[in-house]
Design a protein around this ligand. Structure first.
Ligand SMILES: C[S@@+](CC[C@H](N)C(=O)[O-])C[C@H]1O[C@@H](n2cnc3c(N)ncnc32)[C@H](O)[C@@H]1O
Length: 252
């Protein structure tokens, strides 16, 4: 199973992941943030923070605050959560590798966020034999406005199963967001990460079908983004790759 290889590999990578990929991560965060309208969630903005302050329109202290809840699956150290946190009220991360989860949580804490605002849990929603692990079954793990996977699909044994499991956790009208590689050349088998990879990218048709089969094909859209990996890493040549950012809405 790729999941065993991934857990071991990313536990090992967790301490250096952010510093190794700093420039690429910053770039991808910018690309996500520049597509808030394309992603199409009813994001929170500064005005929403005032909902409980009382105003001429009659809002009082009891006015419920608008919430936008993100499930960041295969969250790693929190790239997608950091990109979208300013526009959401809660980010919940889930990742197979406990050291990635620890890195996510320590970054969130260092940014002054409470666990209610941003917190990750170790876990696997893609196990064929355990569709809903008991520690990820509480109310807080359901009814998300957006479920996202950043650079996780090419590591999954069964990306279509992952999409179905994530869409189950969205509210109707919620958005599935997937960011991953478009088809690319095979990685050298001598590369340490090679055994963690199950796919060398995805075509638009494959991704559209995965969204359709998962029940999140409404207003499906896919955009491609050119990204350079290894930028600024000593001894590593730049690696140019084309990513896609795909979104679809869960229908009733
Ligand atoms: C390339 S990293 C991406 C991390 C982060 N989303 C980002 O964009 O920086 C892939 C992540 O997927 C996680 N992962 C791999 N297989 C998984 C699975 N079946 N369930 C949950 N997480 C998984 C790994 O532990 C790793 O943190």
């Amino acid at each position: 199973m790729a999941s065993d290889q991934n857990k071991a590999y990313f536990n090992d990578q967790a301490a250096s992941y952010d510093s190794k990929h700093e420039k690429t991560i910053e770039h991808i965060i910018e690309e996500i943030r520049s597509r808030l309208d394309f992603i199409g969630v009813d994001w929170v903005d500064d005005d929403d923070d005032d909902a409980s302050d009382g105003d001429a329109g009659g809002a009082d202290e009891k006015t419920p605050r608008k919430t936008v809840r993100l499930l960041d699956y295969a969250c790693g150290t929190g790239l997608v959560s950091r990109a979208l946190a300013p526009h959401t009220t809660q980010c919940i991360g889930i990742d197979l590798a406990e050291n990635m989860v620890a890195a996510y949580n320590s970054r969130a804490k260092n940014q002054g966020l409470t666990p209610e605002e941003m917190h990750a849990y170790q876990g696997n929603l893609c196990s064929p034999s355990d569709p809903s692990p008991s520690h990820l079954s509480g109310r807080e793990f359901w009814g998300f406005d957006i479920a996202a996977v950043g650079l996780g699909f090419h590591h999954f044994d069964d990306p279509a199963l992952a999409a179905r499991r994530l869409v189950e956790r969205l509210r109707v009208g919620g958005v599935l967001l997937v960011l991953d590689f478009l088809p690319h050349e095979k990685m050298e088998t001598s590369e340490p990460a090679a055994h963690t990879i199950t796919r060398h990218g995805f075509s638009e048709d494959e991704i559209r079908k995965i969204f359709e089969d998962a029940g999140a094909a409404e207003n499906f859209g896919l955009e491609d983004v050119a990204v350079v990996f290894n930028r600024g890493r000593e001894g590593k040549p730049d690696m140019k790759r084309r990513l896609f950012i795909a979104r679809g809405t869960k229908s009733a």
